[in-house]
Design a protein around this ligand. Structure first.
Ligand code: ADP
Length: 264
């Protein structure tokens, strides 16, 4: 059986609001790197929370390897899928290492305290997210970009099969943007299902196996970057003008390069 995180006909309206997500369907297979793109307010973050089981959908189903996410307890869910939020609502007064150890929540219990395997998982997660040297620093002392990578490390410490990541590069410099997307692609190549919301069409172009374009709560189009990142697909949805080119991605394939450009 193909292992996948599958969302079918998901709909969700915030209390008193119109549907933020309205009949969205998406599958993320293990081993695949999927990028969700789309204009502000399209429902991308809400869908990610719904897929992570953090919002009770009004309609639709989310299953992981055939099991309903809504039926999983919080610990089983934490071992199955990890959500990396865009930012923390409040920054806890913790060191980076303690915060990342919080990612082991799904593996610990009142009768199983952190042991060597948990410290090893935390060490490996800090290393993979390139924040090893920050372990003893307080979260509140970090730059936005460092904190972003620590959020990814915490999700990696969960050792979940699926990663849902909300705009991981919005506060990163170009080197770290590439570093984070490289890391996420490596994680997909090593067998996880990775789904990332991004506004960076060119990172999606270079790294994604599949791009899914969201508009007004559902998907307007899905496909490989070459099929999807075209004027015909993007311009009606974003209502913006773009310049398009194409460059080699180092794997023998040409990938689209997309630059927003003022209409003339
Ligand atoms: P995106 O991630 O694509 O920018 P969001 O999922 O954040 O879109 O938002 C989709 C819609 O839901 C928007 O209209 C937004 O105003 C609304 N929304 C998002 N979060 C909340 C919330 N906590 N309460 C009420 N409405 C919200």
């Amino acid at each position: 059986m193909v292992k996948l995180l599958k969302c079918e006909g998901a709909s969700y309206a915030y209390p008193g609001g119109t549907p933020a997500v309205d009949g969205a369907s998406l599958s993320v297979e293990q081993g695949r790197f999927v990028c969700i793109i789309g204009p502000n307010g399209a429902g991308k973050s809400t869908l990610l929370k719904g897929m992570a089981g953090l919002l009770p959908l009004d309609r639709g189903d989310v299953t992981v390897d055939g099991v309903a996410v809504s039926g999983l307890g919080s610990k089983a869910r934490a071992r199955t899928l990890a959500l990396v939020p865009q930012f923390l609502d409040a920054i806890p007064p913790l060191t980076v290492a303690s915060f990342v150890m919080g990612g082991r929540y799904g593996h610990l219990d009142s009768w199983r305290r952190a042991d060597m395997s948990d410290y090893e998982a935390v060490g490996a997660a800090l290393k993979a997210a390139h924040v090893e040297e920050l372990g003893e620093r307080l979260l509140g002392e970090l730059s936005g970009g460092q904190r972003q990578r620590v959020l990814i490390a915490r999700a990696l410490a969960q050792e979940a099969g699926y990663l849902l990541v909300d705009e991981p590069t919005s506060s990163l410099d170009p080197e770290h943007q590439l570093g984070v997307f490289n890391l996420l692609r490596e994680l997909a190549r090593s067998g996880r299902g990775v789904c990332v919301v991004t506004h960076d069409l060119n990172l999606a172009s270079q790294f994604a196996d599949e791009v899914a374009l969201m508009r007004a709560g559902s998907f307007a189009a899905m496909g490989c970057p070459t099929e999807l990142l075209t004027p015909e697909v993007l311009e009606p949805v974003y209502g913006a003008h773009f310049r398009f080119a194409s460059w080699g991605a180092g794997d023998g394939e040409e990938r689209p390069v997309v630059v927003p450009w003022a209409a003339q």
